[in-house]
Design a protein around this ligand. Structure first.
Ligand code: SGN
Ligand code: CA
Length: 514
């Protein structure tokens, strides 16, 4: 058992340094506000990367707290990532490997343990674990992936229709809950946005944002996947029909449908859900783009570049709305004097490709999707960058330690609290990853692997048997698979040993396949 100290406000604020022990107020538990978006790439948060968008509110959390520069997930896809976050355990242990699984809600989760310790717990927005949430005093969740316009929520078991844009509504519900909570108890609120998940539908108020900006294509947009079979065989390419003109890029037009027979307009249900005013705003914006697109008859690289620009515009508009709504939440906390006793977290369920390797989507253990943004603001805690290798298995133990709850032995992650407080601590030197969703949408092969501060080893298995090895210092974009390069022989052997060691440590019984 790792006995944890109770982290009280008193121990974290400078003010109390002057207090005599008798005058120290009774320990008051820190509140937790965990905000998570769906598919938000670190490339599109200005605290991480200034090339694409300004996100002042997410940046504020980073600037007044900590920016994790090496933050990763254990399985880069929504449901599995959420299950890892709740349990502090890798997918093979918590049992939720693929989006089609059903989460065993009877198992131990950190909200359950916080609830037992006297916290009020709530989850609002995307849930995506199929079984009903357990361990929450209040839950008000989207159905499955949810929709952007006029979404239906399930409020503690009861369906409720809402009019408006999902990111605003999710925030409204969360603020409403905060406002009506029991003020005598600490809270743990999980605020989960649907945005910016495919099909990247912006709020009507944001449709014209960034219209005059042309985004540079990533250097490896035209990657030929040489030496990387699994990368060559995926179906998540902007360059191919995987990114669909009608469905993804909103070119909803008879002629375009007819000339692209493979493209059905499955996104139509989201359009059909709009009210008259929303649809008018939508048509007013997209119809002229459709007309221009038809006139210009783009082909080859011109067409690929056009698709990339359309994708970026819609995706970034969704991010703008997420950031504005985080601003609303921060303003609420400030007005209600909650900034000084609340841990604020912003993260995503995984990273995302913004055209790197020619892709959208996630799933691969390559950097853009293995990483996830993570910023945390702990009152009285460290300000600045944390460079340790952290992973979403670490969130549950962090929340437990912060709340003064014992971290159960079976949790696989490590509490980030010492890092948040700027304390010196023994840390891990490598991360483990395992992705399972094949065969499925986007055709990303099953794989597992490990990464340390410099190298990455991946094994794609199941219907193929391919190893990849990258020197991230020399090749940060992971274009050169060095698995057969004799000059890396020793490093490859060392990383294979590391991988075995992690598979034993995390009890992932796959070593027979190595
Ligand atoms: C949907 C998307 C996919 C996406 C998965 C998983 N297709 O199926 O593009 O990879 O979700 O995303 S869509 O046509 O329904 O938009 S996840 O973030 O929920 O795991
Ligand atoms: Ca996701």
């Amino acid at each position: 058992m790792r006995k944890q100290d109770i982290i009280s406000l008193a121990s974290l604020t400078v003010l109390c340094g002057a207090c005599t022990p008798q005058k120290t107020p009774p320990a008051k538990k820190m509140n937790i506000l965990y905000i998570m978006s769906d598919d938000h790439s670190y490339q599109t948060i200005s605290a991480y990367d200034k090339r694409y968008i300004n996100t002042p509110n997410i940046d504020r959390i980073a600037n007044e707290g900590v920016r994790f520069c090496n933050s990763f997930v254990g399985n880069s896809i929504s449901g599995p990532s959420r299950a890892i976050m709740l349990t502090g355990k890798h997918s093979h242990i918590n049992g939720f490997r693929n989006n089609s699984d059903v989460f065993d809600g009877n198992q131990q989760t950190y909200p359950k343990l916080l609830q037992k310790a006297g916290y009020q717990t709530a989850v609002v927005g995307k849930w995506h674990l199929t079984s009903e949430p357990q361990g929450f005093d209040y839950w008000n969740i989207l159905i499955g992936q949810g929709v952007y316009y006029n979404p239906t929520f399930i409020n503690n078991g009861v369906k409720e229709e809402h009019e408006g844009y999902a990111t605003n509504i999710t925030t409204d519900i969360a603020l409403d809950w905060l406002d009506n909570r029991d003020q005598n108890k600490p809270f743990c609120l999980l605020l989960h946005h649907k945005a910016p998940h495919r099909t990247w539908m912006p709020d009507t108020t944001d449709l014209r944002l960034y219209d005059d900006i042309t985004y540079p294509l990533p250097d490896n947009f035209y990657d030929n996947y040489q030496g990387r079979q699994a990368a060559a065989e995926q179906k998540m390419s902007i360059r191919e029909d995987d990114m669909n003109l009608v469905y993804d890029l909103k070119m909803n037009d008879e002629d375009i449908h007819t000339s692209n027979p493979g493209l059905d307009n499955a996104g139509r249900h989201q359009y059909d859900k709009m009210n008259e005013a929303q649809r008018k705003a939508w048509d007013d914006y997209y119809n002229p783009i459709i007309a221009d697109f038809k006139k210009s008859n783009l082909k080859g690289e011109e067409l690929m570049n056009w698709k990339f620009q359309r994708y970026m515009h819609d995706y970034l508009r969704c991010i703008h709305s997420v950031d504005e709504n985080i601003g609303r939440v921060l303003e609420y906390l400030e007005k209600n004097n909650l900034l000084e006793n609340t841990l604020i977290v912003y993260t995503s369920d995984q990273g995302f490709y913004m055209g790197e390797h020619g892709w959208f989507d996630k799933r691969f253990m390559y950097e853009e999707s293995f990483r996830t943004p993570l910023v945390m603001r702990l009152p009285g805690g460290k300000k600045g960058d944390v460079n340790e290798l952290v992973q979403n298995i670490d969130y549950a133990p962090t929340m437990l330690e912060l709340a003064g709850v014992e971290i159960p032995d079976d949790i696989q992650g490590k509490s980030l609290l010492p890092l948040l407080k700027g304390e010196k601590t023994q840390w891990r030197d490598a991360l483990y990853y395992h992705y399972y969703e094949f065969p499925d949408e986007h055709a990303v092969k099953r794989h597992y692997g490990c990464r340390d501060n410099r190298y990455k080893l991946i094994h794609f298995y199941d219907d193929i048997d391919q190893w990849e090895f990258f020197d991230l210092e020399k090749d940060p974009s992971e274009m050169n698979n060095l698995i057969n390069d004799p000059s890396y022989k020793d490093e490859i052997l060392r990383m294979k040993d590391k991988l075995k060691e992690l598979q034993v440590q995390y009890n992932d019984p796959i070593e027979t396949k190595i």
